[in-house]
Write a protein that binds this ligand. Structure first.
Ligand SMILES: Cc1cc2nc3c(=O)[nH]c(=O)nc-3n(C[C@H](O)[C@H](O)[C@H](O)COP(=O)(O)OP(=O)(O)OC[C@H]3O[C@@H](n4cnc5c(N)ncnc54)[C@H](O)[C@@H]3O)c2cc1C
Length: 466
């Protein structure tokens, strides 16, 4: 038997490192795309090669923190196409036509109200949800569809590319065990071990925004009485502080993220009480880091009554962490296409466009579609882009990297807009800054929501077809 025949008789093994939103969606997408052709045959009349997907998660359980995540319509479309639409609609909150009303911090006066993306046929719409609900939705689908084997307590410590003669890549785990795969997908988040092993240039570094975020979820039932607004999506704006809330879980809960800048450009200290200059230093960039509610109270002193009511309902120990992103990378795939990055591992971004998870979903969708084309044709595809694993991963990168990095860059600017601290605003008062911010918000989210990444895929595929 030739090598190729031998390889075709064995399953193609995909190891996904990290079982967060990006990793689980990627597993679903690969399975969905590869099995959506029902013939059971590849493009050449031969029976299809089996695939085997393993997800390796470091934590003892597949679990998300108690916080919300705004799945934009661009990502919601893809969940619907995968057949997960009805479940998504069930867990999502409803923004009632308003993405966010931006309000003055001291009296809630409206600065600008940014409309939400119009719903699309099939109840496709913006879908803010609880992270835990979204993860559960993915886990249920993975189990029902028998998409992948889910492993826990498997912290990947090393990815070793095997030399000629031994197929694929070897993974080593903290518990001393190892596994091999034909393709390793690094979905291991902002502190990616997979990325750190393959990206060794100066751009492989995280970048501090100087901001921290407090997080919490409160019940809307406790706020309903005398709630002064027609909806739940509001952002209160002050210089160097903004307080954001949006509805999740069928509008029964309100997700809270409250941002404070502690260090301005050049390291200038602000919003840190005297004598506590090192406090910021001790705040960790960690999803599990907590603080006392008193800190939120102190940082949002002077904010209007609805904000004070919300803070009063937050847990006594809300989440609090440093907000960092990562320098843009020039490459997302390595080792002849046998290792590839997805989600925050590839493009960790600041949360100010509410788009990081949506970008991970787009990555997973495109990777699944492209990989299926490669596996369907298995090296004799008529389209040159899918003739090798490396060219397939290059196609994924060509399509996804520019868009994800555009969102990454826009997220940095948005954070400074909301905190009224762009360069242009540095010399402006609060009053003078508000119209500048309002003007730049009007169309800001359109490019994220409007692009249908599947349409882009078809166009690029055909442009590149040979
Ligand atoms: C304050 C805040 C608010 C946000 N709000 C939004 C929003 O509204 N909308 C939005 O779209 N995005 C939002 N984001 C961004 C979004 O959370 C991320 O982009 C998204 O979670 C990325 O998913 P991921 O799967 O790539 O990474 P992660 O969610 O970080 O998942 C990585 C997974 O890999 C596991 N892992 C890590 N290392 C290893 C290892 N060595 N071996 C095995 N497993 C490993 C981790 O345990 C984890 O389960 C926000 C982010 C922040 C910080």
């Amino acid at each position: 038997m030739s090598n190729i025949q031998e390889e075709r008789s064995e399953p193609f093994r995909i190891a996904i490192i990290g079982g967060g939103i990006g990793g689980l969606f990627c597993a679903l997408s690969i399975h969905h795309h590869y099995h959506s052709t029902i013939s059971g045959q590849d493009g050449h009349g031969k029976s299809k090669r089996n695939i085997q997907i393993d997800v390796y998660e470091q934590a003892p359980q597949y679990r998300e923190i108690g916080a919300g995540v705004g799945i934009g319509i661009n990502a919601a479309r893809l969940l619907h196409r995968m057949g997960l639409g009805p479940e998504l609609v069930k867990i999502a909150g409803q923004r009632q036509g308003t993405w966010f009303a931006f309000r003055r911090y001291e009296d809630s006066g409206e600065i600008i109200s940014v409309p939400d993306a119009e719903p699309e046929p099939g109840d496709v719409r913006q879908s803010p949800c609880a992270r835990s609900d979204l993860l559960e939705l993915f886990l249920t689908a993975i189990r029902e569809r028998r998409t992948a084997t889910l492993h826990t307590e498997k912290a990947c410590t090393k990815v070793a590319v095997l030399d000629e003669g031994r197929r694929g890549v070897e993974l080593q785990f903290r518990d001393g065990t190892a596994a091999t795969a034909d393709l390793v997908v690094g979905c291991d988040g902002v502190h990616s071990v997979v990325r750190d092993q393959f990206v060794t240039d100066a751009n492989n570094k995280s970048v501090e925004s100087g901001m921290i975020a407090y997080r919490g979820i409160v019940p809307t039932s406790a706020l309903e009485q005398d709630w002064p607004f027609a909806h739940w999506s509001n952002i209160w704006i002050s210089k160097h502080r903004h307080f954001l809330s949006y509805p999740i879980t069928g509008n029964t809960k309100l997700n809270i993220v409250a941002f404070v800048t502690k260090r301005l450009g050049g390291g200038r200290v602000i919003n840190d009480a005297e004598g506590e200059q090192n406090k910021y230093k001790n705040i960790r960039e960690s999803w599990s880091s907590l603080c006392d509610r008193d800190e939120v109270v102190a940082d949002f002193e002077g904010f209007d009554e609805p904000v004070q009511r919300i803070i009063g309902l937050m847990d006594e120990k809300p989440g609090r962490w440093r907000i960092n992103d990562h320098e843009p990378l020039s490459r997302w795939h390595f080792a002849g296409g046998r290792v590839v990055l997805v989600g925050d591992a590839a493009h960790a971004m600041l949360p100010h466009m509410g788009a990081g998870a949506g970008q991970s979903v787009e990555d997973g969708w495109i990777l699944g579609r492209a990989l299926s084309e490669y596996l369907e044709g298995d090296s004799s595809s008529s389209n040159k882009r899918f003739q090798s694993l490396e060219s397939t991963m290059q196609f994924y990168q060509d399509l996804r990297l520019p868009r994800a990095q555009k969102v990454q860059a826009a997220s940095r600017v948005s954070g400074n807009l909301y905190e009224l601290q762009t360069e242009e605003m540095s010399q402006l008062s609060y009053e003078e800054s508000l119209p500048v911010m309002a003007e730049s918000l009007r169309e800001r989210m359109k490019f994220v929501w409007s692009e249908d990444i599947d349409v882009t895929y078809s166009r690029m595929r055909d442009e590149q077809a040979v």
